[in-house]
Design a protein around this ligand. Structure first.
Ligand SMILES: *[C@@H]1O[C@H](CO)[C@@H](O)[C@H](O)[C@H]1NC(C)=O
Length: 346
């Protein structure tokens, strides 16, 4: 939505706009990254025919049609790492669709798995994609730590970089160079901090039963195939055997490389972009969901001014500026704020 008229504005005005305009969230220069080809880091996971690699091997497309979705997985497991790709999501009618980019070790540790997720949830035509991040540490899915958000751009129009940084100290989810969520390891988290080797996964699948408005809108195969595109892969970290107890010497070198990388430090400007993103685009947080967690899990940093914006269900009180749509009920001639009815994830 960067309009062409931007450059014709006077300089002070431009600077003001740069810092305050609505959809711009720019944090710093891009990261210093070295990318790999698909075959250098990944293998097909499922839906073979629906995983399509470009001739030069630098791009992979995952398709969902009425027969199957598709997915790929990193060929190795990593303990700590930076997992990143430029991703473009399907456009038009995408209700019921889920595109996921995540790390997990659920195949190896069924009962005590770790997981870090980006999950993109499609929507009906004209309505934007939503997404959530989640984290599981050493446990079944009983203790999810979801946050849900809107995006400040249309993810089906251009590629954007989605990244997960996982170190011994913290976890950062990034979109482009904007950190959108940071989880800092604390003593109290204990074994709930992910600490066993994980694989990177990317998948597209039919999540008709929950993705859009709690399952109200299903995948409509009239619009198939749904195509999600991945490129400029980055896979940094220490390849590790999931059942080996002690990491090798090389791993310690890799950990310190990771911790000194530019993406491991959030600059002041990035932190301010993160705060803005969370104020404007987050519409659910498990940390404020006191029905589910009467005592917030240990990593939660409860910010009173932020908490005030959420109900005890963890959902926005007024649907936020984006959703603060007043719906006029003709029958009763009454105006009601309809964030509950409107929230796709209730
Ligand atoms: C993970 O959970 C298992 C089973 O509950 C427990 O035995 C183990 O000690 C936990 N690991 C850590 C690091 O806390």
């Amino acid at each position: 939505m960067d309009c062409l008229c931007f450059w014709s504005l006077s300089k002070p005005f431009y600077i003001l706009l740069f810092f305050f305009s609505f959809p711009r969230l720019i944090a710093s220069a891009a990261f210093n990254l070295s990318t790999i080809s698909f075959d250098e880091g990944y293998s097909p996971l499922f839906g073979d025919g629906n995983l399509v690699r470009s001739p030069n091997g630098r791009t992979a497309r995952l398709l969902l049609d009425r027969f199957t979705g598709a997915g790929f997985i990193s060929s190795k497991m990593y303990k700590y790492g930076f997992f990143s790709a430029n991703i473009k999501l399907p456009g038009d009618y995408t209700a019921g669709l889920c595109v996921a980019f995540y790390t997990s070790n659920g195949d190896v540790f069924e009962k005590t798995h770790d997981e870090l997720d980006f999950e993109f949830l499609g929507n009906t035509e004209g309505k934007p994609w939503r997404f959530q991040t989640n984290l599981y540490g050493n446990g079944s899915t009983s203790r999810g730590r979801e946050e849900r958000y809107r995006l400040w751009f249309d993810p089906s129009k251009q590629f954007h970089r989605y990244s997960i940084l996982w170190t011994a100290k913290n976890i950062i989810f990034y979109i482009d160079d904007v950190p959108i969520r940071e989880v800092i390891r604390s003593e109290e988290m204990g074994g709930e901090y992910p600490s066993k080797p994980m694989s990177l996964y990317a998948t597209i699948w039919d999540a008709s039963n929950w993705a859009t408005s709690g399952g109200k809108y299903k995948v409509n195969y009239k619009y198939a195939p749904f195509v999600s595109e991945f490129k400029d892969f980055v896979l940094e970290g220490c390849p590790s055997d999931p059942i080996e107890e002690f990491p090798s010497v090389e791993c310690y070198e890799s950990y310190s490389r990771l911790e000194s990388a530019d993406y491991a430090t959030i600059t002041r400007r990035q932190r301010s972009a993160m705060r803005k993103f969370r104020q404007r685009y987050m519409y659910y947080s498990y940390c404020y969901d006191s029905l589910r967690y009467p005592v917030p899990p240990p990593e939660c940093v409860v910010i009173p001014s932020e908490k005030d914006r959420f109900r005890n269900t963890g959902r926005l009180r007024f649907g936020g500026s984006h959703q603060g749509r007043k719906r006029r009920s003709r029958r009763r001639g009454r105006v009601q704020v309809s964030s509950i009815e409107y929230d796709p994830d209730v």
